[in-house]
Design a protein around this ligand. Sequence first.
Ligand SMILES: Nc1ncnc2c1ncn2[C@@H]1O[C@H](COP(=O)(O)OP(=O)(O)O)[C@@H](O)[C@H]1O
Length: 220
Amino acid sequence: MGPNLILLGPPASGKGTQGRRLANSLNLPYLSTGAMLREAVENGTPAGKEAEPILERGGYVSDELMGSIMEPWFKKHRKGWVLDGFPRTIAQDDDLRRWLAEAGTQVDAAISLEAPKDVLVARIESRVECPDCRWSGQTGDLGKGDRCPKCGGRAGARSDDTLENFLSRFDEFALHTLPVIERYASVGGLIRCDATAPMDTVTHALLKSVQAIIEDGQKA
Ligand SMILES: Nc1ncnc2c1ncn2[C@@H]1O[C@H](COP(=O)(O)OP(=O)(O)O)[C@@H](O)[C@H]1O
């Protein structure tokens, strides 16, 4: 069974990029709750209809909606995972701890990707996402004709990547998600990482820390 890893960090700190890389290297399923919600909005599902106005204004969707989506997901994924975007509030973390305890498991490591606000703003301005496969990166990564490097779909800016929307999401992060990071820092299992370092350096550092946690777990 693989480790259960969660990624915490402000918008544009690299949770998606690093999360997918970790999941690939460790052969684990990866979920981005933000990408999942954007897809639900595009497909007009009931969850998407509820989330749409909240995503438009850069808020967090309710803990109840997240719970109704995530509880079944955890029931299906019991062999380790990399989670990008959940939990984002203390109430969501309480739910997560309860569901995992019921299944006899736990979060093995929480990764905090840390970067100052001005670096994040610069990233938001050049961030692109593929609507087909949900790859996400920077404009410079795109192929000819703005093609997604992964599937060849036509990638473009996310509609929520305006400065105003970013600032609102950043405030939500500071208010609701920083306390989750502080909780993991105080109970143990938090990996802090300088997210301004080059992408490969961040991946390497994270893999090293996670491997150490896996080895410790095997010894215990
Ligand atoms: N666990 C969650 N709780 C509340 N809202 C969420 C959660 N996960 C995703 N969202 C919503 O999806 C949006 C986009 O998330 P994401 O793609 O991770 O982008 P970013 O981290 O850059 O803001 C969030 O701003 C929020 O509105």
